[in-house]
Design a protein around this ligand. Sequence first.
Ligand SMILES: [Zn+2]
Length: 86
Amino acid sequence: MTHKHDEEGPPCRHMESLLQKTAEGSARGVSRWYALAHAARCPRCGRFLRSLRDMISRLRGQKEMPEEKEAVERLRKLIHAEAESN
Ligand SMILES: [Zn+2]
């Protein structure tokens, strides 16, 4: 038996589009509530929802953010380095 960290991996497949709608604010009522309730209990969906919200608020809020670009660039290099070491 292998136990991986629950937070790793993609969100539940059947929740993905609902979580996207919730993050962008187009999901309403019960479906929004359902998505939030699920995300609260499911670490992977919770993480997915947080990162979506992050991304959306960044896209809507700040158009020019040089520091952000640097951070993304650094992250990209980090990912590359990790990929090469494997
Ligand atoms: Zn889930």
